[in-house]
Design a protein around this ligand. Structure first.
Ligand code: PRP
Length: 213
């Protein structure tokens, strides 16, 4: 075992919970918790190496084989549809992908062409295509909830966790597209080359998740 198993974590909400999961199976993540500007941190005792990257970039690193595994939200996977193996639902970062709009704007879902603001254009197109509805997408980078309030869009497709952002802005869920959570993903070549170690990690995580229920 002379090579580090390389894992990419999505920065932000998921990262802390993911670290707890890896610590639960004996990988020391203390160096990730430290205030550091290092982009690669290692735990020599378990021969695991972590990189912390923007959520949108995790799948890229995994797909191209720059890392062996990654932890990334299902929302990003649905949007990017990367060529990799999605092997485990980690049950963290749980939220829902929804269509939402202004409360009492009764006809906002019945327009011939709806304008939909979102960070998830592929997911939005797929959902409305499934309903045989044409949409025009306004791609935003954040604070999507603002769009219907200022007339930029009729509805939004976005993540809802607690529902607080919607509520405080007078928006309601019009339909639920799917539940979302963080997934463990694996590079296709790594699964062959590092099969024993990846299988070990997978089994340990599965056991830890079963215990946690
Ligand atoms: C996400 C999502 C919603 C909000 C939902 O945004 O896009 O805006 O969280 O959370 P809630 O239901 O608990 O209120 P994020 O905080 O990632 O920031 P962003 O708006 O800049 O994308």
């Amino acid at each position: 075992m002379d090579r580090y198993l390389r894992i990419a974590l999505a920065k932000g909400r998921i990262a802390l919970q993911a670290m707890e999961l890896f610590e639960g199976i004996g990988v020391d993540c203390s160096m990730l918790r430290e205030e550091t500007r290092k982009l690669i941190v290692r735990d020599p005792s378990s021969m695991v190496e972590f990189i912390l990257v923007k959520p949108k970039d995790v799948a890229k690193y995994v797909e191209k084989g720059a890392v062996d595994m990654g932890v990334v939200g299902k929302d990003t996977l649905l949007e990017q549809q990367p060529d990799l193996y999605e092997v485990l639902d980690l049950g963290i970062g749980k939220c829902r992908m929804v269509v939402a709009g202004i409360d009492n704007a009764g006809d906002s879902l019945n327009r011939p062409v709806k304008v939909v603001a979102t960070k998830y254009p592929v997911t939005a197109q797929n959902y409305f295509r499934g309903r045989r509805e044409s949409i025009q997408v306004v791609m935003l980078d954040g604070s999507v909830e603002l769009a219907p309030l200022v007339g930029l869009a009729h509805v939004i497709v976005d993540l809802v966790e607690t529902g607080r952002t919607l509520e405080e802005n007078g928006l309601v869920i019009l339909d639920e597209i799917c539940p979302i959570s963080a997934r463990l993903v694996v590079n296709k070549v790594s699964l062959k080359m590092e099969n024993d170690r990846i299988t070990q990690v997978l089994k340990a995580l599965r056991r830890a998740l079963r215990k946690a229920v």
